[in-house]
Design a protein around this ligand. Structure first.
Ligand SMILES: NC(=O)c1ccc[n+]([C@@H]2O[C@H](COP(=O)([O-])OP(=O)(O)OC[C@H]3O[C@@H](n4cnc5c(N)ncnc54)[C@H](OP(=O)(O)O)[C@@H]3O)[C@@H](O)[C@H]2O)c1
Length: 277
C-alpha cells in the first residue's frame, strides 16, 4: 500500500478555542496533514472538524487532506472522557473512534494512533487489547494506516513481535540528546515504519542556540528552526509543527525544500555530543 503522508504535519494541541481559526490558517498556507486526538484535555478535535467544514466550502477536498487522530487511554484523559470509562477496552476504542469520526465530520481517518502505552517500561495486557481493537478498525478500512505514539524501543520491538498487524507509524517526542530518538528511528527504518517527530524545537533549545547552527542558518539565509525541520526531513522523519504564527507556517513549509549537505546534516545530528554534561 502506498501511503501519501505530507512531509510536515500541522499539530493542533493546546490551541483551545483558537483551533478552528489556526487549522484554517495552516491549510490555507499549504499544510495538508493535520494531527489531533480525541483527548479534550489537550486537543479540541471538534474544532478541527469545524475548520474542515469551512475549508471544504473554500474548495479544499477531503481526499487531499491527511487526517490523523488518536485513541487516548484513560491514563491520558481528564474528566472529559470521550468513551465509557467502565466499558471494556475494545468498546472504549470503538466509541472513541466513532466520536472522532463525528468530531471530524468524516467517514474515515488517514492515520489512527494509540496515543501512549499503559505499561512502563514495557507493554502490559491492556496495550495488546487496545492494539487489537485498532487493528480491527484498520481491517474495516476506516483507518488507512495505524500506529503508536510515545513508545520506547522496547515497547515498539515487543509490539512488532506480537501484533497481527504491525504499526505503520510511530509519533514520538524527539530529543537531540538521544541521537534524535535513534533507537526508535532505527527500528522504524528496518520495518518501513513512518517516524513522526514532535517537540523538535521545544525539546531542543540548545540546538537552536548552538553557535554552529546559528552560523549555518545565517549562511543559508534561513532560521535555526528551519535548519532543524529541514534536518529532520532529510534524515527521514515527518516533523510536526503547531506554530500559531503565519510567518512561521510559511517558514516551516519552506524547510521542505531546503537541502542541507551531508556535512551540515552530520553537524546537526551529532551536536548533542558537544554538550558538557
Ligand atoms: N503524541 C503526543 O503525545 C504529542 C505530544 C505533544 C505534541 N504532539 C503533537 O505535535 C504537535 C507539535 O507540538 P510540539 O510539542 O512540537 O510544539 P509546538 O506546539 O509545535 O510548539 C512549537 C514552538 O515552536 C515555535 N515555532 C514553530 N515554528 C517556528 C519557526 N519557524 N520559528 C520560530 N519558532 C517556531 C512555536 O511558536 P509560534 O507559535 O510563535 O510559531 C512554538 O512555540 C502538537 O500540536 C501535537 O499535534 C503530540
Amino acid at each position: 500500500m502506498t501511503i501519501n503522508i505530507p512531509q510536515i504535519i500541522y499539530g493542533t494541541a493546546w490551541k483551545k478555542e483558537a483551533t478552528t481559526e489556526l487549522v484554517i490558517q495552516a491549510v490555507q498556507a499549504g499544510f495538508r496533514g493535520i494531527d489531533t486526538a480525541n483527548q479534550p484535555k489537550h486537543y479540541s478535535e471538534n474544532q478541527v472538524g469545524k475548520a474542515l467544514q469551512e475549508l471544504y466550502k473554500q474548495g479544499v477536498s477531503r481526499k487531499d487532506l491527511f487526517l490523523q487522530t488518536k485513541f487516548t487511554p484513560l491514563n491520558g484523559q481528564d474528566h472529559r472522557i470521550p468513551y465509557d470509562p467502565e466499558a471494556d477496552l475494545h468498546t472504549q476504542v470503538m466509541e472513541s473512534f466513532q466520536s472522532s469520526l463525528k468530531n471530524l465530520g468524516t467517514d474515515y481517518i488517514d492515520s489512527y494512533l494509540l496515543h501512549g502505552p499503559n505499561g512502563h517500561p514495557g507493554l502490559d495486557k491492556s496495550d495488546f487489547e487496545t492494539w487489537e481493537a485498532i487493528e480491527e478498525i484498520h481491517e474495516s478500512g476506516k483507518a488507512k494506516i495505524i500506529g503508536v505514539s510515545n513508545f520506547n524501543h522496547m515497547q515498539l520491538t515487543t509490539l512488532l513481535e506480537k501484533a497481527k498487524i504491525k504499526p505503520m507509524v510511530v509519533q514520538n517526542r524527539c530529543f537531540a540528546r538521544t541521537g534524535w530518538d535513534k533507537l526508535v528511528r532505527d527500528i522504524c527504518k528496518q520495518h518501513s515504519i513512518l517516524y513522526e517527530g514532535f517537540s523538535l524545537l521545544t525539546a531542543n533549545p540548545f540546538v537552536l542556540e548552538a553557535s554552529e547552527v546559528v552560523k549555518m542558518a545565517k549562511e543559508l539565509n534561513k532560521t535555526p528552526e528551519q535548519i532543524v525541520f529541514s534536518f529532520s526531513i532529510q534524515i527521514g522523519m515527518f516533523p510536526l509543527t503547531g506554530t500559531t504564527s503565519k510567518k512561521h507556517l510559511t517558514q516551516d513549509l519552506e524547510a521542505i525544500n531546503l537541502k542541507l549537505s551531508q556535512e551540515q546534516l552530520n553537524l546537526v545530528e551529532y551536536i548533542y555530543k558537544t554538550l558538557k554534561s
